[in-house]
Write a protein that binds this ligand. Structure first.
Ligand code: URP
Ligand code: ZN
Ligand code: ZN
Ligand code: ZN
Length: 511
């Protein structure tokens, strides 16, 4: 056969537009994107009829925590690379960018990278790449930046909060300078740690320990102050940054003002800030712990609206999951991990922060029907690929260049809206914060480099971990990622390798 797989009758979505075209796949690459019907007489090993449904590039989730050590209190990551990447492909995400976590006690990042490779190698269902998580920017660690760059790392994350990970402002400046010199993008978790600790003390004095006080202890002002400080430090060094998991319209506004001044400030938000509020932390018993993350879900739908607007106007470059998996019931003790003699009802400060969401990110967002389809693709796939050096291999349908990673959705009227249940998911977590939420869409098929990994109506997960498919992706060697990000992109970062390329090249009509 001439091709291995044809996808016909789809509405093919890119970050630019939606077109009625057919897709031909050869091996693991997109071979052709052609006008409707042109492939009708072509031979192919398999043809999938999309029946008029949307076909999108596979999701790129740029914020995933797997197999990390305990952050504080009890509980380390419940998902391994195997279960986390499995969950990803079942939800339409074909590339995950996972943190390689350095500990404060460690003086090297290269060893961290090597150890993380060992955890992932041969275990994954999806393609994967890494961000280095820098907890100890020692002279030795900073001197490793060129070697990290050679090893395909173009991004790192630092924290302004959490005792185990927090950097002071001087350390942040050290990281930003070294990152700028080597074309690395710095992702920043921006919350004011002292403000959080002070609020926690006030709550403890009043014996307010329930999960809902996690939100009280992480006020919007902690995010506002740290976001503004991060922008100042970035502007001072003239280094690009990406503010991760922004939760509040107020912080988004500060980011937009910086962007409007032409600064290379990018931002990320997550489904928890579009679909959860602080009231989800206020449930009977300890249930609210299932929605505890930092920053916390905010006040109301008014905040959600502000975050949607930030996605629409380009303030947010990416919509990632911040998948951070913890078990609700502790296997070892049979008790919730934060309940002990001292706090028989539990204490919010010992709840491990983070929600699972790598599998639900795309469906929640699609089901909301709020974003235009091209915008959906831009923020859930294309922009992450561009920012982190994977474009156009990922996040696009460029013939002969893009991997054949795609999602075929359900055509209108084919899927009855259904209530999400945790047992439908493929992570290793015993809950989803979105239990019982009504969804209107779910990936019908997920294709990873030409191979159907997920076929919801015929076997579900049919791909395997560790077969020839899943690969480590090196961030492409860009001459100067920092300079690229400094362009006034407003949500559409460009890869220097692609600059000057007309958009029309994304769809090539072949005879
Ligand atoms: O609560 C969260 N976000 N947990 C994951 C760790 C982080 O800060 O991204
Ligand atoms: Zn964070
Ligand atoms: Zn995170
Ligand atoms: Zn921008």
């Amino acid at each position: 056969a001439e091709y291995d797989l044809l996808i016909i009758n789809g509405l093919v979505v890119s970050a630019e537009d939606v077109r009625e075209v057919d897709i031909a796949i050869k091996g693991d690459k997109i071979a052709a994107v052609t006008a409707r019907g042109r492939l009708d007489n072509t031979s192919a090993a398999r043809t999938i009829d999309a029946e008029g449904a949307y076909v999108t590039p596979g999701g790129v989730d740029a914020h995933v925590h797997l197999q990390e050590p305990p952050l504080f209190g009890k509980g380390s990551s419940a998902d391994t690379f195997e279960t986390g990447s499995r969950s990803a492909v079942c939800g339409g995400t074909t590339t995950i960018i996972v943190f390689a976590p350095q500990q404060k006690s460690e003086d090297t990042l290269l060893a961290t990278l090597e150890a993380t490779h060992a955890k992932a190698n041969g275990k994954c269902y999806s393609d994967y790449s890494f961000h280095l998580l820098v907890a100890n920017p020692s002279d030795n660690a900073l001197a490793e930046f060129p070697a990290l760059r050679k090893a395909g790392i173009s991004s790192l994350k630092i924290y302004m909060t959490y005792a185990a990970l927090q950097l002071n402002d001087g350390q942040i400046l050290d990281v930003l300078l070294a990152a700028r010199q080597h074309g690395i993008t710095t992702m920043i978790h921006a919350e004011n740690n002292d403000l959080i600790l002070w609020m926690t003390k006030q709550l403890e004095k009043r014996k307010m320990f329930q999960p809902k006080y996690h939100a009280t202890s992480h006020p919007v002002m902690a995010e506002i102050e740290a976001t503004y400080r991060a922008i100042c430090l970035s502007e001072f060094i003239d280094a690009p940054i990406l503010l991760v998991h922004i939760s509040s319209p107020a912080a988004a506004k500060i980011i937009k003002q910086a962007q409007d001044r032409g600064l290379p400030i990018h931002a990320e938000t997550c489904p928890q800030y579009l679909f959860l509020t602080k009231h989800d932390l206020d449930k009977p018993g300890f249930e609210g712990a299932k929605c505890v993350c930092s920053p916390p879900p905010r006040e109301s739908e008014v905040d959600h609206e502000g975050i949607w607007q930030g996605l629409e106007d380009g303030t947010f470059t990416v919509l990632s999951s911040d998948h951070c998996p913890f078990l609700y019931d502790d296997n070892r003790t049979g008790k919730k991990s934060c309940i002990d003699e001292e706090y028989p009802e539990g204490h919010f400060k010992y709840i491990p922060n983070g929600c699972p969401g790598v599998e639900t990110r795309l469906s929640l967002t699609m089901s909301a029907g709020r974003l235009k389809m091209a915008k959906f693709v831009e923020v859930t796939s294309t922009n992450a690929a561009k920012l982190y050096g994977l474009y156009p291999r990922k996040g696009a349908f460029v013939p002969n260049e893009s991997d054949a990673d795609l999602v075929i959705w359900y055509p209108e009227g084919k899927l009855e809206p259904f209530a999400l249940k945790n047992e439908m998911l493929h992570h290793n977590v015993d809950y989803t914060p979105y239990e019982s939420k009504i969804l209107k869409q779910w990936p019908r098929y997920t294709v990873l480099r030409g191979k159907v990994m997920w076929d919801r109506d015929n076997g579900g997960l049919i791909g395997k971990a560790g077969d020839v498919m899943a690969q480590y992706l090196q961030a492409m060697s860009m001459r100067d990622l920092a300079r690229t990000l400094a362009k006034p992109t407003h949500g559409s970062p460009t890869n220097p390798n692609e600059s000057g390329t007309p958009a029309s090249r994304l769809i090539v009509i072949t005879p």
